[in-house]
Ligand binder design. Sequence first.
Ligand SMILES: [Zn+2]
Length: 129
Amino acid sequence: MENSRQKYSTNRKPYIYTSEQIEALRTEAKAFLPKRTEELATKFNIKYNKVTIRATRSKWGSCTRQGNISLSLFLMTLPEHLRNYVILHELCHIIHFNHSPNFHALLDILTQGQEKALARELRNHCIGK
Ligand SMILES: [Zn+2]
């Protein structure tokens, strides 16, 4: 995890990943993201259905009405607090399936008042090519 953060700087764009790097990130993502999602969901008592890891480049994560969360394996290139932020964002969609003020209020509580700061920080990162 530490290594991947140093190896791939998501601050510099466009970073071009080799297929080997993508497979390494997928392995890390599968070991880390479902477990972290479960920990955060348990902590905040949110019930989701399942987590799928995909090589998504258009977004960091998504959530369906059925409670299925999809996370990009490129989350592994982010610092851990931003990874957690993306997971919390998707978990909040289980409660509010929209980006309403109620959604943002809940996410702000779960991030201890850091939602805006974290969203701003995340915008400085882009998914490589
Ligand atoms: Zn959203």
